[in-house]
Design a binder for this molecule. Structure first.
Ligand code: PLP
Length: 422
């Protein structure tokens, strides 16, 4: 990496963080190439509504109504001097316990609908319960979806695809946790383990899908994933409005979004900017070792940069975020509007797994807790809140917790133990 400011940032990343990159304030200098359209969003919302009865039938229990939505909580103890801190609890999303229940499941639903229409099993306007009829299930069981994952995307897609009767082939990169693989195998998915990182695993999965004509859910290039994630934005807006919180120049919304390839945070950001414009401030959060979005924005002029090329090793406890190269599709769709990228140390994520449990009873995996570490660094310590006290700008902070409610007890307890001393 070069001299000066960008050299300093790269050095901070190599030292394990923290590091902060900020977009030059004001409207994005360059317009995004392929922004989210209002039609894409309303179409996605309508699809999720029409699938509710089917999801409810396929995932019975605890009275779930088939809504892929998560609660918004007040965080109890960070009140001063930050303004209000909310938690958007995607770690508690139904079915799969991670943010991937939005994008990943949405793309599976799109694909199932395509198949059903093509085969004359369902037409727009008919009840979606037709998908549960035996002939339709037989038709779906001849279909195969393939996806690559560091764990949560494969887990979400495999679980839901199998519930609809599709075949599922899940390619896992080396950091994927055993329990996710075991649960997938138990529901009849095929799990293919790779000894390599996420980017290489995606390439291998893409090849495998092409060789047998399967439907490939392409985390690096999927507009459907992106749009599925964007539906979280109107959901959050409605929740804030319900609490009487209105977002304005004087009260901007700052969201802390854990970032892997960028699909989940990118989709959410696109949705929020469509609603609030520049009054929504998007902070993308990554482990320092896997700061691929940071690298694309700070060093790549908005083009993907491999973290290995700036001396990082992509080795982190945040398995959900262990991605060496960001998605070009996401950079094209929203890259110019990302307001900040914050790279956090592994120790800070682990600290917040513990603290969020103690203070708020939240069961989070390290990836899912990373937003708190960024809030502490960016929002509270040297960012918006303190600087803006005098100007009466009182931001509303939303930490997006993206995974962890389904961690098995032993995994969970291991995270709660004190850090082993070297
Ligand atoms: C996948 C994932 C993310 C980030 O999503 P991307 O689309 O890869 O950016 C965040 N948190 C968790 C827990 C995840 O599994």
């Amino acid at each position: 990496m070069g001299e000066g400011a960008s050299g300093d940032l790269a050095r901070a990343l190599r030292q394990g963080g923290p590091a902060i990159w900020r977009r030059t304030p004001g409207p994005a200098a360059v317009a995004d190439r392929t922004p989210l359209t209002p039609d894409e969003l309303t179409d996605a919302e309508a699809r999720l509504v029409r699938y509710r009865p089917v999801l409810r039938a396929l995932f019975p229990g605890s009275g779930w109504q088939g809504r892929i939505e998560s609660p918004l909580l007040d965080y109890p103890s960070l009140g001063e001097p930050s303004g209000r801190v909310f938690v958007k609890c995607d770690h508690a999303l139904p079915m799969t316990g991670s943010v991937k229940a939005r994008g990943g499941v949405y793309e599976v639903l799109c694909h199932i609908e395509d198949v059903a229409v093509r085969q004359g099993r369902w037409r727009d306007g008919e009840p979606m319960e037709r998908l549960l009829e035996p002939q339709c299930r037989a038709a779906l069981s001849a279909q195969k979806v393939v996806v690559a994952s560091t764990g949560n995307l494969g887990f979400s897609i495999g679980l839901v695809a199998r519930a609809f009767g599709l075949q599922a082939e899940i390619h896992m990169s080396h950091e994927a946790k055993s329990w996710k693989k075991e649960r997938l195998i138990a529901v009849g998915a095929r799990v293919v383990e790779h000894p390599c990182d996420y980017t290489d695993t995606v390439a291998r999965a893409r090849e495998s899908a092409a060789s047998d004509g399967a439907y490939f859910i392409d985390d690096e290039n999927s507009r459907r994933l992106f749009v599925g994630y964007a539906t979280a934005a109107p959901e959050l807006a409605a929740q804030l409005a319900d609490r009487g919180v209105s977002i304005s120049d004087a009260r901007p919304l700052v969201v802390y979004l854990p970032c892997g390839v960028g699909g989940a945070p990118g989709g959410v950001t696109a949705g929020l900017k469509a609603i609030y414009g520049d009054n929504a401030i998007a902070v993308f959060v990554e482990p320092a070792a896997s700061a691929c979005m940071f690298a694309a924005l700070a060093f790549g002029g908005g083009e993907p940069v491999s973290v290995y090329d700036i001396g990082l090793d992509n080795d982190t406890i945040a398995d959900g975020l262990a991605v060496p190269v960001a998605s070009r599709l996401v950079l094209d769709a929203i890259g110019s509007n990302i307001d900040a990228a914050v790279a956090v140390p592994d120790a800070a994520m682990r600290h917040w797994v513990n603290r969020a449990w103690r203070e708020a009873g939240l069961r989070l995996e390290p990836s899912g807790a990373s937003g708190f570490a960024a809030l502490e660094r960016y929002g509270l310590a040297n960012g918006l809140a303190a600087a803006d006290q005098g100007s009466e700008r009182a931001p509303v902070h939303v930490v997006w917790t993206t995974g962890g409610s389904m961690l098995p007890d032993d995994e969970w307890k291991a995270l709660l133990e004190p850090e082993p001393r070297a």
